[in-house]
Write a protein that binds this ligand. Sequence first.
Ligand SMILES: Cc1cc2nc3c(=O)[nH]c(=O)nc-3n(C[C@H](O)[C@H](O)[C@H](O)COP(=O)(O)OP(=O)(O)OC[C@H]3O[C@@H](n4cnc5c(N)ncnc54)[C@H](O)[C@@H]3O)c2cc1C
Length: 303
Amino acid sequence: MKPAPFGYRRPGSLAEALTAYADASDAKIGAGGQSLIPLLSMRLASVAELIDINGIEELSRITVSEDGVRFGATVRHSDLLAHEQVAAVQPMIPAALHHVAHATIRNRGTTVGSIVHADASGEMPTVFALLDGRLTVQSVRGTRELAAPELFIGPLETSLAADEIATEVFLPALAPRHGVAFDEIARRHGDYALVGVGAVVGLDADGAIASVRAGYVSVSEVPTVVDLGEPLVGHRGEITDDALRAAGELALSHLEPEADIHATAHYRAQLVRVLTGRVVRAAYDDAVARSNRSEGTPSNARS
Ligand SMILES: Cc1cc2nc3c(=O)[nH]c(=O)nc-3n(C[C@H](O)[C@H](O)[C@H](O)COP(=O)(O)OP(=O)(O)OC[C@H]3O[C@@H](n4cnc5c(N)ncnc54)[C@H](O)[C@@H]3O)c2cc1C
């Protein structure tokens, strides 16, 4: 199918884009087009004008520092995935991006676009929430920064005003003595996840678990992060199956697995249980390995 006719602009600077967006009525920002163009083509959405931001050089940058990773609104999923320093500073980014769609879509789709598209079945909105990311949005009226709870206000719905452009995202670096893991089940690799889980585990100075947070994909209306510390904090060495089962049940009490043509609600709930255990265990092992590498101490990981 073809989209209904729409106007098209390709500004060469952010200032020009902000003015054009403020002056337009019924306009949308076009980034990678991997969600917007199919929606327009299937006539599930329509716009009077598309403002294409791909000609704005200043939105194409990736900056990595010891504090974290900052990337602009036209940075592709594949740019971040291929960036070695990004992986070194925040390994959750490639761990999750690896599961986003197929290579051809990652080559066009932008990570900022994915976050502001706010699909709770997308990996990167959940990663943004899990890592306490910050989104910078600009309009002719000024600039503001949003965290996940302020940004995600409903299914596929954000708090961005009609004249605001998301210009960049900042994701903090992985803290010392922390580890990450991400896994998901999809019908085929590259499909949207039936359920996806990312976890960040922190250790105290003695190597015991100090914090566990997990982010969930495809089991809630908005990207959801659950604090799983209660059954797990204080564990050292092998994490017991009972503790992991309790973590899975705790997660489920915050989630709303639903049935659709791909999976029953019961199956999704079971995936939450299984993936929570698997991912928390892997993130714990990662935290132990990273701590041992940085401190040069003998491993206290499970054998
Ligand atoms: C076959 C297929 C499979 C896919 N599988 C997955 C998957 O498994 N996991 C996953 O997470 N995603 C998946 N995607 C979606 C993909 O990741 C998209 O790239 C992403 O969701 C949107 O990014 P985009 O740059 O393409 O945004 P666009 O399609 O250009 O825009 C999406 C929406 O965000 C708005 N927008 C974009 N950028 C800005 C901005 N800077 N400021 C304000 N508004 C903005 C647009 O106006 C539009 O409403 C898939 C897509 C396809 C076609």
